[in-house]
Design a protein around this ligand. Structure first.
Ligand code: SF4
Length: 291
């Protein structure tokens, strides 16, 4: 694997465009979160491209090429570790390019190795998925004996209709089946589950959206946290724009009134195309040869 390009954000996030040994391109990044221990979060890609096709994501617009092998994901981790200034421990987040559950076997193998031979430095592992019901419960069973694993489901829209439009790869899975699988995951693992909700101006930030979201999540009895953040726009054309900070705070208050455990999160690396896949897409668009 070879670094082709890197970008550094004012918030110290560093993002890398990497050429794999097969000649295709992936992105990896590390984020420094001052209030976390450990502070370094390695954001790892699981696929070259992505089949889900989310309209708000650069990877979604550029199609799917292939799954990464487990040793390629480990190479991403090793590469990032070689780049950080303090050789302390880190967290791994499978939140780069790709839908981790679409590469399930390689994902679980990577997690098992990170939790084994890398456990002296890799202290927590999170993954973010659109939430494939069958694999949510299987993931709970397959990682039951591993400490420090967090599962995060990108919910983003509270009706199947809107979710399927903006996240076409969710077509086969209804929200209710996904939430029921999350209920089983909580029962199996005795762990809390996380949901993410990106706020788009005028699309999913109304009173009605908050009410529907509360109806869906309230069946989980407080065993979850909803992480709301404002959409970080991509420059590939789409009709989406970020909700205002004022709207985000109003939406959070409303959700709290409906009994939802909600936190607002700030997107990192906004100034360096922080959304997943943006660097890879720009590289392909620019058709620059780095050979
Ligand atoms: S947001 Fe995630 S699941 Fe959706 S297209 Fe991008 S990489 Fe795939």
């Amino acid at each position: 694997m070879k670094i082709i390009k890197n970008l550094i954000s004012i918030d110290k996030t560093e993002k890398y465009l990497i050429r794999t040994n097969w000649g295709d391109y992936i992105e990896s990044a590390y984020i420094i979160v001052p209030y976390l221990r450990p502070q370094y979060v390695f954001c790892i890609s699981t696929q070259v491209g992505c089949r889900v096709g989310c309209k708000f994501c650069a990877s979604g617009s550029s199609g799917f090429v292939r799954n990464l092998k487990f040793d390629e994901m480990l190479s991403e981790v090793e590469l990032l570790y070689s780049l950080i200034h303090s050789k302390n421990s880190f967290r791994v987040a499978f939140m780069g390019v790709g839908e981790p559950f679409h590469n399930y076997l390689n994902l679980v193998k990577t997690i098992k190795i990170l939790s084994g031979s890398f456990s002296n430095v890799c202290k927590r592992i999170s993954l973010s998925s659109i939430g494939i019901p069958r694999l949510i419960t299987k993931f709970g069973e397959d990682t039951l004996d591993l400490p420090g694993i967090n599962l995060q489901i990108s919910i983003n829209f509270c009706t199947d209709e809107k979710r399927r439009y903006y996240m076409p790869g969710t077509c086969k899975y209804s929200l209710i089946k996904t939430i029921e699988a999350c209920q089983k995951y909580i029962l199996i693992t005795k762990k809390r589950i996380y949901f993410t909700y990106l706020l788009f101006d005028g699309i999913n930030d109304s009173f009605h959206d908050a009410q529907n979201l509360a109806k869906i999540l309230n069946i989980l009895d407080n065993n979850y946290i909803l992480k709301v953040s404002i959409y970080n726009p991509i420059s590939q054309s789409n009709d989406l724009s970020p909700a205002s900070v004022h709207k985000a705070l109003w939406f959070k208050e409303l959700l709290e009134k409906f009994g939802i455990n909600v936190e607002i999160f700030q997107s990192m690396g906004k100034d360096i195309s922080g959304g997943c896949g943006q660097m890879r897409v720009y590289h392909e668009i620019s058709k620059i040869s780095f050979k």
